[in-house]
Design a protein around this ligand. Structure first.
Ligand code: ZN
Length: 365
């Protein structure tokens, strides 16, 4: 989700150069975290996405919908425009993946190649959830590049969403992690490391670690390193470093508020984050975490420049491009779905075997 205030950018039309950020980063990037629909499941569409990617120097993007949608409650006079707009609840909305797939399929092949769509629209506390993923792969076999962003521990959003709290170690997710491992597909996870009032220890981190530990074959991506608004944990940089050290199947993205809150507060790159990024650049990618508002791609991504300037050329190339490409690229078509069923010539006298077991066809009496 976008940070509402971009601390390093002020738009003043009369000041020379103040609109430069609209052009995006000077380093060409893969935006590894971009919601193409908002919390009302609205999208500006694929053509707008391509236009603003070009304008913001974004070569490729990892895109997904929004697994939950906000209710316009009967008692609210105004429709909400964000999940925090009012107290109304949210519910899981599977059609979000169809919106993404159809947007993708409407684009020209050379534009499709620039996008890595992920599946996210299922209830992560439902043990049937894997069926949703399988259906989407069945219907759009060549579209998907993985799974995510799963919205698990997410402070206010967790509280707003109907059903039990989603969490990374929920057993309903076990078959999905297993399946992702079987098909070598990444799973992008939003899980706050702690709750908003517990800043002395990360109360939810163990849930995420349990999943990463139990599924060493599955490639996990920790969205914005488990940080969220008002979420704070001691020795946070050390914690991220320890996770990357300990779990070879784990990568992270720098997106949303982590940049302004931890990595580069007030536009000043923190030395410990420069060092960490330098060391683990092949496991770190960058994203905007925008929710629909593609026109903000430029300013969101250009603000990373002051930090990227501090990295070695190799590390910068990794976080801007290579890591995301390694995680999300080359995944389309990995899942072999059933071949389209060939309906045999209609013959009432024949017994015809379909996949999934023989079906007896008999002539009408
Ligand atoms: Zn996100």
């Amino acid at each position: 989700m976008p940070y509402e205030h971009i601390s390093t950018w002020r738009r003043e039309d009369v000041v020379k150069g103040s609109l430069d950020p609209l052009q995006g980063s000077k380093y060409r990037q893969v935006d590894a975290h971009l919601h193409v629909v908002n919390f009302l499941q609205e999208t500006p569409g694929g053509d707008a996405l391509m236009y603003y990617m070009d304008r913001a120097n974004v070569g490729k993007a990892v895109i997904f919908g929004m697994p939950v949608t906000k209710v316009w409650a009967e008692y609210d006079r105004e429709p909400p425009d964000y999940y925090l707009a009012n107290d109304a609840r949210c519910y899981y909305y599977g059609y979000t993946d169809v919106l993404v797939a159809e947007m993708y399929r409407a684009l020209r092949p050379e534009h499709q190649e620039r996008l890595y769509p992920l599946i996210c629209g299922f209830n992560p506390t439902d043990r049937f959830a894997l069926r949703h993923i399988e259906r989407l792969y069945e219907q759009y076999p060549d579209v998907w590049s993985g799974i995510g962003e799963l919205l698990l521990r997410h402070d206010d959003l967790t509280a707003f969403t109907y059903g039990e709290p989603a969490r990374a170690n929920h057993r309903a997710l076990w078959p999905i992690y297993e399946w992702a491992g079987d098909h070598d597909l990444p799973v992008l996870v939003h899980q706050n490391v702690t709750s908003i009032t517990k800043s002395d220890h990360p109360v939810y981190l163990y849930e995420f670690e349990e999943a990463v530990r139990e599924f060493p074959r599955t490639r996990f991506v920790f969205a914005h390193c488990g940080l969220s608004r008002r979420v704070d944990a001691p020795f946070y940089t050390k914690m991220v470093e320890r996770l990357l050290e300990q779990y070879a199947n784990l990568s992270v993205d720098y997106s949303w508020i982590i940049y302004d809150v931890a990595i580069c507060p007030g536009g000043k790159p923190q030395e410990e984050w420069v060092a960490l990024t330098e060391r683990y650049s092949d496991r770190i990618c960058l994203g905007s975490d925008l929710v629909g508002k593609f026109e903000r791609l430029g300013p969101e991504l250009q603000r990373y420049d002051v930090f990227l300037d501090r990295l070695s050329e190799a590390a910068r190339a990794n976080v801007c491009w290579n890591t995301a490409e390694r995680i999300y690229g080359g995944n389309k078509g990995k899942v072999k779905t059933h071949q389209p069923k060939v309906v045999p010539e209609w013959n009432f006298e024949r017994v015809t075997a379909f996949e999934g077991g023989p079906v007896q066809l008999t002539s009408t009496p």
